[in-house]
Ligand binder design. Structure first.
Ligand code: SIN
Ligand code: MN
Length: 267
């Protein structure tokens, strides 16, 4: 499997259109990164439905919708570099659809099976088109052993490749955020796709920023290292592409479709 560093010089819309992912040629400012990390650590210690744990464990797996109750996280959503990147890749004004932080604890963080995010958004929420983008911000250094995101480069051009709606979990939104995911792409199908769509690990230092397409097939493995792997994901959706039946909790599917206005700071 070949490995790509996030600052290899790809970062353009054409790279995104071709590969279904691209790295920003800049990183998050160190002060902002430190504030976000410290907020994520504080939120992880709170007990609320938005905080999800690994199965049968008190290890935090994910936080959701932090922008709804935390000012630093809300400021990150308006970060001018992030907003510009999202607008450029989606091709127009965007609103924040989903905010999550996936934390893979040392030795305990579990995998994410192969899947396409758009399968969840289309089947569960009624998102009309994959006119959205994920912006991933590394809160920790991501290396091959701490469970990096792996994408099948170019697979976004295939549309939805899974088994359709059969896997729909109904009201059980936890099946959309656990290691036993609904709407997966089978191992066998992913192996076949990988022949033409080479797997790429998204590696990089803390603060590195990468964008990936809603339809790209992706997965990540268990964290087998002593290092935490926390990655924050901001999903921006085109203002014209609001979902038809956003029934899942608002901390998973933001209802406010007001276009994000870029701004610095928490003011
Ligand atoms: C995702 O598939 O949305 C995230 C996977 C990961 O955190 O590695
Ligand atoms: Mn995903």
């Amino acid at each position: 499997m070949s490995v790509t560093r996030p600052h290899d010089g790809i970062g353009t819309r054409s790279a995104y259109e071709e590969q279904g992912w691209c790295a920003a040629p800049w990183g998050l400012e160190p002060e902002l990164l430190a504030s976000v990390r410290s907020r994520v650590e504080a939120i992880s210690r709170t007990v609320r439905p938005e905080v999800v744990y690994e199965e049968d464990s008190d290890t935090v797996r994910a936080l959701h919708g932090c922008h709804r109750y935390d000012e630093v996280c809300a400021a990150l959503v308006r970060h001018p570099g992030v907003v510009r990147l999202a607008e450029e890749l989606v091709g127009g004004p965007v609103y924040l659809y989903q905010f999550k932080v996936n934390i893979k604890g040392p030795r305990e963080g579990r995998e994410w099976p192969w899947h396409q995010d758009f399968a969840f958004w289309a089947y569960e929420d009624g998102m009309p088109e994959p006119h959205a983008v994920n912006i991933a911000v590394n809160l920790d250094a991501v290396h091959p052993a701490n469970g990096p995101l792996t994408v099948l480069s170019g697979s976004h051009r295939l549309g939805l490749v899974g088994d359709g709606e059969q896997g729909a979990a109904g009201d059980d939104w936890r099946a959309h955020v656990s290691a036993r995911l609904t709407h997966t792409v089978s191992e066998e199908a992913a192996r076949a796709l990988a022949v033409e769509h080479p797997p790429r690990q998204i590696l990089g230092g803390a603060g590195a920023v990468t964008a990936f397409h809603p339809s790209i097939v992706h997965a990540s493995s268990n964290n087998t290292s002593d290092d935490r792997r926390a990655v924050l994901f901001l999903t921006y959706n085109a203002v014209s592409n609001a979902p038809a039946h956003p029934d899942r909790p608002a901390f998973l599917v933001e209802r406010d479709t007001t276009p994000v206005r870029a701004a610095w700071g928490t003011g």
